[in-house]
Write a protein of this length. Sequence first.
Length: 224
Amino acid sequence: RKRPCEWWRNERAVSQRVNIAIRMKEPATYEEAVRGPQSREWGKAMDAEIEAQLANGTWELGVPPKGAKVLPCRWVYKVKTNPDGSVDKFKARLVVKGFTQREGVDYGELFAPTSRASSFRALLAVAAARGLQVHQLDVATAFLNGELKEEIWMKEPPGYESKTPGVACRLLRSIYGLRQASRCWYDKLCTKFAEIGLFPSKSDPAMFVKVDEKGVILALVHVD
């Protein structure tokens, strides 16, 4: 049993955490992030993003060839909150300014399918009728797994520039903001699924099917 006024103290503590989260302003630029009251938290968030990109092999440093377009990039900041409104974590994401890309040079095919509502209902109906097991999973940072066909150069991330003049990042993998990011992810997914016998259906390219002597596997892909 709670002591007298204990509930009030707990509610007050939650209210204070929520008010702090509400008062936090998400920076619009790198300069705002490093000069603001939460500069240490944003600095750690950016360090974590850079480490993740380097571990993923997203780019390599080099000197762009003469005449190559070097795409600008920026930081996007987000304060993640808990269900009660208190601060969970500070998130920084590096995004390339894909609107500066040139069609036919920096990108080609852009179309990437996502699942239809009718396919989702059909999948559940088939699973119920045949007694199939249904599993759900999420692919974290899915778009970062796509491999680029085009030669694309990006400026070094703000705050993480090297001391070597004329150096830029040659993108080896897709990154958030690229116009072809979703297409690259779909192509990579098709390649990996094909290796285990899953192929897109004719009725819905986001529905992958495998049928053999062991049974049937249906995989429905959705991009939110």
